[in-house]
Design a protein around this ligand. Structure first.
Ligand SMILES: C[S@@+](CC[C@H](N)C(=O)[O-])C[C@H]1O[C@@H](n2cnc3c(N)ncnc32)[C@H](O)[C@@H]1O
Length: 220
């Protein structure tokens, strides 16, 4: 197991660093700032505003700290939008790690980490949660998703998670008009997404990141 350490980012919120892999779970410029910009503002809110989906089914690649899930839980309650949140995580944080994550919604973070694997957990009338302890590679699902938070480590660290085969699979899991958001805007990744069928939009990124990607499955 590689050594993971807590790192405090520039907005004061914590993240995890794996020095050996040269990765952090979020931007060092601000973990909460980055997650809310990319996944909530760019991914979730436009879908909520459409008022088209009674339930928004989210798939998150890499539950990690649970921060994206916590912010999504808060948005579900604030906007009274029903959300089914499905997350996959191959290397879950241990208790001694997640208990150190001092996010504003710490109680929720604990509940996310302590909830049972492979079980639908109803948090309240707006938010239910299901987590799976396996690799994205080889994972299959019948559930169509409305929104994918693609939050794998960068291509330099994990190239096998940024291939056309992976994006074709993600594409097949989305409903028409469904979207995938990611922090990674490398041109090779954009090409790979296009080859898998996605329509790409470049959106200004959070501090420290010029642009991020919103990829839509066209309604053919
Ligand atoms: C950038 S971090 C995710 C950060 C997370 N979304 C958060 O809010 O804290 C990438 C995550 O993907 C996980 N991971 C790495 N390889 C994986 C794989 N093949 N399948 C599923 N999860 C994987 C890592 O353990 C890590 O938690």
């Amino acid at each position: 197991m590689m050594k993971r350490e807590i790192l405090i980012t520039k907005d004061g919120s914590p993240t995890i660093e794996i020095a050996e892999m040269n990765v952090t779970y979020h931007s060092i410029h601000g973990a909460v700032q980055e997650s809310s910009h990319i996944f909530i503002q760019t991914g979730l809110l436009p879908l909520i505003e459409l008022k088209q989906f009674e339930i928004i089914n989210i798939f998150e690649m890499g539950l990690g700290t649970g921060l994206n899930a916590m912010l999504t839980y808060e948005a579900a309650n604030k906007f009274q939008q029903k959300i089914k949140y499905n997350a996959i995580e191959l290397f879950p944080l241990q208790e001694k790690e997640y208990t150190l994550l001092n996010y504003a919604g710490k109680e929720i973070i604990l509940q996310l980490h302590e909830s049972k694997w492979d079980t639908d957990i109803v948090f309240n009338r707006y938010f239910s949660f299901h987590k799976t302890n396996q690799s994205l590679l080889g994972f299959s699902t019948d559930l169509p998703f409305t929104l994918i938070y693609y939050d794998a480590f960068a291509p330099a660290a994990q190239p096998e998670l940024w291939t056309e085969a992976v994006f074709s699979q993600l594409y097949s899991w989305l409903v028409p008009n469904g979207i995938l958001v990611t922090y990674c805007s490398k041109s090779t990744v954009q090409k790979t997404m296009k080859a898998a069928g996605f329509t790409i939009e470049k959106i200004p990124g959070p501090p420290g990141k010029r642009e991020i990607i919103r990829a839509t499955k066209p309604n053919k």
